[in-house]
Design a protein around this ligand. Structure first.
Ligand code: NAD
Length: 255
């Protein structure tokens, strides 16, 4: 049986951990070769080792998505290895606790924390899209999926700049979808709810009960459940889907 992405090449940012790692493994299971990018070079290499062990093909790339030269170098290296990029999953991101903003209301965020959040979660996605789109225009098409969040659809207490960044990701997604629809590039977003990764470790320690209370399925998600949506959105089975932001959230945004 051939996979949904047989013969395709995929790039995953933030591929060294959590959702990105599971997406990289899922891309491979569906027949793609994968470039695993992360600014934690060792984590990216670990994902590649897992892929190789499973009999798949992958390369690891290191670089910060906020650095234009690093992003261009990542794309160039992926193309040097595989000749093209059919699927790009722009997933690298950070949460409030990673910019010293845990528990802070909007007026309590520092300018520094706000800037770094927007730089990684929003500008980083745009920089990757910029170079991916240039490449996909030249090669005649492709599919891009950006990681937004339920925080891209609703407000969440003490997550000010995170929520703003993820709303921005959906805005970028919709705009690019409209701009390149006739040129063979589909652009979509995935909106995870609360997923068990290291990113949510601090809030899982203190807020799991509250999160489960507002999640109709009464459980957290696992990264594989996001990867399934990402793979489908990248595949030809989603050939008429562009500009969409799909919730994979156990029903949070429906309730
Ligand atoms: N875990 C959740 O509940 C959840 C919910 C909604 C959205 N998300 C989003 O999913 C994405 C992945 O999150 P995760 O939970 O897998 O987190 P994670 O911390 O496990 O993985 C994120 C990865 O991104 C990498 N990264 C961070 N900043 C980077 C940068 N500037 N350049 C390159 N790589 C960078 C990290 O090194 C890490 O490997 C993020 O965009 C996050 O906002 C997560």
């Amino acid at each position: 049986m051939t996979g949904m992405l047989q013969g395709k090449v995929a790039l995953v940012t933030g591929g060294g951990n959590g959702i990105g790692r599971e997406a990289a493994l899922a891309f491979v299971r569906e027949g793609a070769r994968v470039a695993v990018a992360d600014y934690e070079a060792a984590s990216a290499s670990e994902t590649v080792a897992m892929i190789n062990q499973a009999g798949g093909q992958a390369i690891s790339l290191s670089g910060d998505v906020t650095q234009p030269a690093a992003v261009k170098a990542m794309l160039d290296a992926a193309v040097a290895a595989y000749g093209r990029i059919d699927c790009a999953f722009n997933n690298a991101g950070i949460a409030g606790h990673q910019v010293n903003a845990s528990g802070k209301l909007t007026h309590e965020w520092s300018e520094e924390s706000f800037d770094r959040m927007i730089e990684v979660n929003l500008k980083g996605v745009w920089l990757c899209m910029k170079h991916e789109i240039e490449l996909m225009l030249a090669q005649g098409g492709g599919a891009i999926v950006n990681t937004a969040s339920v925080a891209g659809l609703i407000g969440l207490r003490t997550s000010s700049a995170y929520v703003a960044s993820k709303h921005g990701v959906i805005g970028l997604t919709k705009t690019a979808a409209v701009e390149y629809a006739e040129l063979g590039i589909r652009v979509n977003a995935v909106c995870p709810g609360y997923i068990v990764t290291r990113m949510t470790a601090p809030i899982r320690e203190t807020r799991t009960e509250g999160i489960l209370a507002r999640t109709p399925m009464r459980r957290l998600g696992v990264p594989q459940e996001i990867a399934e949506m990402v793979v489908w959105l990248c595949s030809d089975r989603a050939s008429y889907v562009t500009g969409a932001a799909y919730e994979v959230d156990g029903g949070i945004t429906a309730s």
